[in-house]
Design a protein around this ligand. Structure first.
Ligand code: SAH
Length: 402
């Protein structure tokens, strides 16, 4: 991971895409000159990182720092290395939301931290709980007045947090609510972490799994994503197992290839959604930039490099991609590789015309795929009654208050 300099860890320097407090969208989906996936060609180039305005000006974003970075930053203030361990423990293990809680630090240091450092704590603007399955959906407000969504799901194995990687999304998928209005900015590692920490603070059991499947395209925010993954797995912090983490991408080939080399056994999920290049282009503008065969090649490369099987996500849209012919085509495309396909009943989005495939079409599709030796699961529709489709809660909320 790229080491950050003290200067680059400052928060609140000039925002490139958004002024503090603004909800003005930046890049629109498919906007010319900045087409979807452009950032993905050089992953990390567009990472918001500490260069974005994240609230208070000229404070150092200590929550985004690794332990060695904290050590060097604190030693610049004349503090001993063990102070960095204590601070890291408060931030990532105890998950404190203010410096004043950090009682084993000297009062003088706490005061210095108040002045020099920012802790990036998200505010829950709205929390909804599903009456069906207890899924909890959070609308968090960032320090610069933007909104992101996160979800907590309860499974038999424990609690899982689904988090956002960007405010909005530039990818323009036709069935997705997050992309309406384009991308405002990418999130910092601290903002990704704090979604997990706030959810943990609100949960009766340990959050053991994290999926980066909320708003945004993680590989359009590469460096901060990887920084987040290192921090959430740090043994001195929350210490999640990399095997319990999943990153979902719309198929940014250079991002997938680079990610394969990070040396982290994270599960990669590919949003496939179509069985041919032509059909995929109709659903996802990014497919024009990264053709299906190159995307699948990159996924096979990811498996070879990491030993982790890629999950293929396929949102079932009525009359668009759910016919027996589509199943056959997909079967031929992925068959005999021990592939895992996760069928997602499309979550209807008010602003979009596409609707969910009928249950029978989904079960038939599953059976067809299984004939090709594919391992198929159907995603439980969690929290349908609370605007489960990602981006919808934010849309409803901002429509009301703006
Ligand atoms: N940008 C990433 C991650 C965010 S979306 C990606 O594309 O993978 C997480 C998953 O939800 C993706 O598979 C996405 O295609 C899917 N999705 C988005 N809107 C949906 C909807 N309305 N119904 C069903 N799935 C949806």
């Amino acid at each position: 991971m790229e080491k950050k300099t003290q200067e680059s860890m400052k928060i609140g320097r000039e925002a490139e895409n958004a002024a503090p407090g603004s909800n003005t969208p930046g890049r629109q989906p498919g906007e010319k000159g900045e087409e979807p996936g452009q950032a993905g060609q050089q992953p990390g180039k567009e990472a918001a990182g500490p260069e974005q305005a994240v609230g208070e000006t000229h404070k150092t974003d200590v929550k985004s720092m690794t332990l060695p970075e904290l050590e060097s930053w604190l030693s610049g203030m004349g503090e001993k290395p063990f102070r960095a361990k204590q601070l890291f423990d408060w931030i990532h293990n105890k998950q404190a939301s203010s410096f004043s809680d950090m009682t084993n630090l000297s009062k003088a240091l706490r005061e210095k931290l108040e002045k020099e450092a920012g802790l990036v704590v998200l505010k829950a603007a709205k929390v909804e709980t599903s009456g069906i399955d207890g899924t909890r959906k959070y609308l968090f407000e960032t320090e610069d007045g933007n909104f992101i969504e996160s979800v907590r799901m309860t499974y038999s194995y424990g609690m899982s947090a689904c988090i956002s990687s960007q405010i909005g999304c530039a990818m323009g998928c036709r069935f997705c609510a997050s992309t309406i209005g384009g991308v405002v900015r990418s999130l910092t590692a601290a903002e990704m972490l704090d979604q997990v920490y706030r959810i943990q603070a609100d949960s009766p059991a340990r959050v053991s799994h994290v999926v980066v499947m909320g708003m945004g395209e993680p590989f359009d925010n590469y460096d901060e994503l990887v920084r987040f993954l290192h921090l959430v797995t740090a043994k001195e912090g929350m210490g999640l197992s990399a095997r319990n983490l999943t990153v979902s991408t719309c198929g940014i080939v250079p991002g997938i290839r680079r990610f394969a080399k990070e040396g982290m056994p994270v599960t990669l999920a590919l949003s496939l959604h179509a069985s041919s290049q032509k059909a995929r282009e109709e659903m996802m503008p990014i497919a024009r930039k990264y053709p299906l065969d190159e995307v699948l090649d990159a996924c096979r490369y990811y498996f070879r490099e990491t030993g982790r099987r890629v999950t293929y996500e396929y949102s079932m849209v009525n009359g668009v991609n759910d016919s027996p012919e589509n199943a056959e085509e997909l079967g031929r495309l992925l068959g005999h590789q021990g592939a895992h396909v996760n069928l997602i009943p499309m979550n209807p989005v008010r602003e979009k015309t596409w609707r969910q495939s009928p249950k029978e079409a989904i079960s038939r599709f599953k059976m067809e795929l299984e004939n090709y030796g594919i391992n198929v699961t159907i995603r439980r529709e969690m929290g349908r009654d609370i605007d489960g489709a990602c981006g919808q809660l934010r849309k409803r909320y901002t429509n009301q208050i703006l």
